[in-house]
Design a protein around this ligand. Sequence first.
Ligand code: ZN
Length: 160
Amino acid sequence: MTSIYEALSAKLKGAKCSRCAGRGMVDDAEPGDIGFRTSACGACRGSGFAGAFESWVRKASLKELLDVLHVTPEVSDQIEMKNACALIIEVQAMDSGRRECIRAAFRHGPLLDGDVPSKAARDTLLDEGYMTKVVVGGNDGYNACTHKGAWAYRLLEAGA
Ligand SMILES: [Zn+2]
């Protein structure tokens, strides 16, 4: 059995930003320099984490998630704002099974029935419109991300 500590250690392996070695800061020092300037690392935006891990440790703000959906209070109407917030709320409440299914379908889909990470989660995603059954090369048994599913994927990657 894997302890929580072991699971965390495995997750953190390679989590360090390669550009700043996890410091979150970079400097312009060259060998022989007397002084140098430091600034926030551009690759990890100062977090010290490689991209995929940053979203795992840090919850994104509502503004960041609305940005992912290209919705802003200034230019979007009430219906767009309402739909965007409803999607964000639904995605934030997703369990790990549904999250894994969306990631797998987005990155590697269409997926054969046998290749979806969880059949139960896939069925829920079909009902909710994040995934759909498709035919590939005459074979009915494939599952793919819908456009709604693709937006959900982008929200998940942004830290939803
Ligand atoms: Zn960095």
